[in-house]
Design a protein around this ligand. Sequence first.
Ligand code: DUC
Ligand code: ZN
Ligand code: ZN
Length: 485
Amino acid sequence: MQYELVIKGGKIATQSDIFTADIGISAGKIVAIGANLSSAKQEINAHGKWVLPGGVDSHCHIEQLSGAGIMNADSFETATRSAAYGGTTSVISFAAQHVGMRLNKVVADYAKLAQQGAIIDYAFHIIVADISDKNLSEDLPKLISQGHRSIKIFTTYDKVRLQDEQILDTLLCARENGALVCFHAENDGLLRWMSKKLLQKGYSTPNFHVQSHPRIAEIEAINRMIQFSKFIDQPIVIFHVSTIEGIELIRAAQTEGIKVFAETCPHYLFMDADELASPKIETAKKLCSPPQRRKADQHALWDALERGDLQIISSDHAPYRFDETGKLSNGANAPFNAIANGMPGLELRLPLMFDAMVSRGKLGIKKFVELTATAPAQIYNLAGKGSICIGADADIAIWDGEKQVTLGENDLHDNTGYNPFVGRTIKGWPETVLLGGNIIIHNGELKAKPGSGKFINRAMGESMRPTGNLVSEMNPELNFGAEIY
Ligand code: DUC
Ligand code: ZN
Ligand code: ZN
């Protein structure tokens, strides 16, 4: 058999195995894995290199208008270019509804932007902010059946959050149509009350962002969303878990049999609240919600990743330039609650995690592959993604495990213009990246064109299936025969 491409002699890692082999690729797929594969139109020598599945980043904000009306710094082109440079080959970004918009149109608009700009494959979480009109009765079921199998809900942020009753309606809609529901879980009242109190006392500089997002806000909202998930029997994902107590709630729910998945992000693992201690406006560069927490939380997050309580590491890439278009859109003296939240993360998610997990040995390379590629692909049902096996998409990153890189202020390929991890030296870097068997990055050069990434149409997956365990009030046998579902 003649292959279009053979990757020779690399050390392959999957979530379950490490072995040395050649990989034969044809028509965009992995068609052979074995020794001495020959007869290829093109060969890549990977001796001495790691050959890993391309990364799957399942939480990133691209070309998105925030709840406060501030535009991301990145287009699909710049964000996915940056992802590719960092070894990521699939992203799930957001189709973000705002109040008054029809979901159909929102998704069509984002789909068009991605189609024109993306250089890696993509899917969308649909942000539901307005369930009125026919959004829930018509648009959402149709969009789910068209392959958009995940929904995101905010429990906070004035202009986009849903009320409890609306959350229950949306969970039920997801249950009936087969989709996951993801949450930004923080208690809105608590955040607003704390911001008001801090500002009344004159505490307005960026460092007070941490106090304005008390850990109890996360704990309360995670707990409430878990109880809702149990009540409706609808699988959920808790985004960006940052606290010990949040982990404990998730772990207890999973032990009880509630279908709760969860992620954390590099900025919670590698940064703590001390990074936000300065009252200077530069602190705005690292403002995100929830905020970075304590060293003890970092340790707990690592333990939770090891045990499997948290299954995914995403970037939560939310790029805003450090100027009047982004972080400083309300001026250089803006109070902490008028500064756009988020930081760039698409490009460095994998190198930071590789450095910690592989070069420094924390949890090892199989767990690295699992958390950053295989598990997000499985949980969100991105067929063909996140693993190296026969029949998988040939989305592959070839890593030089010895390469050391010291991060500069503006050396990323996104459009944010700064690097929150500047000054760190990390070991291990993806030098060649393939998408569907095509080389898209090689030795620091981009080889792909905007628009070459494809939409990943998702079927209903196992993670989305309800457990069948009904609380008594929802169980017709115990509830006077009332059928709620
Ligand atoms: N927080 C969010 O909720 N979204 C984007 C980035 C952030 O910090
Ligand atoms: Zn969020
Ligand atoms: Zn986010």
